[in-house]
Structures are given as C-alpha cells and as structure tokens.
Design a protein around this ligand. Sequence first.
Ligand SMILES: CC(C)(COP(=O)(O)OP(=O)(O)OC[C@H]1O[C@@H](n2cnc3c(N)ncnc32)[C@H](O)[C@@H]1OP(=O)(O)O)[C@@H](O)C(=O)NCCC(=O)NCCS
Length: 167
Amino acid sequence: MDLVLRDGFVKCFPFCYAEHFFKQRWLSSRPHLRVLVQDDKKCIVGNVSIVIRDVFVGDSKLIVKVAGIQGVFIYPKLRGTGLGHKIMKKAMLVAYEQDRDIGLLFCYPYFENYYKRIKWRKIETNISMQNEQGDIVLIPSDNISMICSLKKNNFPPGDIYLNGADW
Ligand SMILES: CC(C)(COP(=O)(O)OP(=O)(O)OC[C@H]1O[C@@H](n2cnc3c(N)ncnc32)[C@H](O)[C@@H]1OP(=O)(O)O)[C@@H](O)C(=O)NCCC(=O)NCCS
C-alpha cells in the first residue's frame, strides 16, 4: 500500500513536494489516521491524512483537541466529480468519532472557496509551531488557516500554539 500511496502523492503534488514524498508520505507531522478512496481495482486514488493533536490556546494554555488535515488528494482522472468533497466529509466524521473538538488545516489561499463549500472557514488568529531547530515560530505566511466545527464550534479566544510542528 505504501508505494501506491507514494505514487498518489508524487502525482498529485508534483511541483514542490514530489521529491519529498519519495522519502515519506507526509509533510512535517506524521498522521495518525488516513481516509482513502480505492478504485474498482483496489488502487488508492484519493487520500486525506489526519493528525491527532492537542493544541494550546491563549495565555492560560487551554487545551483544544484538534484533527489536523493534510495530504488531501484525488487522482487527476477522477477529479471534478465530487470525490474530494466526499472524502473530506468522511474524514471529518472519522475525526468526530475520535472525539476531536475542531478540524484545522493550512492551505494556499486559492483553496479557500473549495473548503468553504464543505463548511470550513478561515481564521485570522496567530498560530505558532515548533520548527526543525526547536524554535517556536509563526506558521508559514503563504498559507491560510481554516477550521471546521466538530465537538466544539470554535477555538477559545487567544493565539494558538500547535504543540509541535505544523502539518
Ligand atoms: C483539491 C482536490 C482534492 C479536489 O478534488 P476533486 O475530487 O476534484 O474535488 P470535487 O470534485 O469535490 O470538487 C471540485 C471543485 O474543486 C475545485 N478545485 C480543484 N482544484 C482546485 C484548486 N487547485 N484551486 C481551487 N479550487 C480547486 C474545482 O474548481 C471544483 O469546483 P466546482 O465544483 O466549482 O467546479 C484535487 O484537485 C487534488 O487532488 N488536487 C491536487 C492536490 C492538492 O492540491 N490538494 C489540496 C491541498 S490543500
């Protein structure tokens, strides 16, 4: 399965990440769960990876149980038929069943409308993470942050610390 998954990542994220996915099937944080789409020949043609993480919010470090979404892809030949939205909805159901409070993802701004259609919304809160050197830094500024209500509707007020690397 792992090689088929690699093939999917390499095909679907060709410009910036393909080389990286030859080494591992995730970006900065290893996911705990995956929701997959298989075709009729049992090939993996779609993926959503879920990072289970308890993050800290505000000065009093309130814990929020987050489902971090990463690695969303559908094979090119199957795009535009609603599969992408379907797999995301299934992933959020899985996250809900894992007792997660809120879904959190980072994406390029041009994906905002795509995720908005399945009830995700952009947040402007400061979000920090731990980088490879162990320093606490803000997440990369070329991404926007989007959330989806699960067991809770929203983050409490305050800056969010990812309690580790981003995803
Ligand atoms: C994003 C992706 C998963 C969508 O899969 P899909 O099965 O085509 O999704 P759906 O059929 O449910 O929805 C299609 C909609 O997504 C939109 N969409 C697809 N790619 C998009 C992109 N790069 N930017 C903005 N919108 C995009 C389409 O315009 C379409 O909108 P429409 O319904 O108004 O026509 C797929 O295009 C993909 O694998 N892309 C490469 C990997 C990637 O960039 N993943 C997202 C990381 S945040």
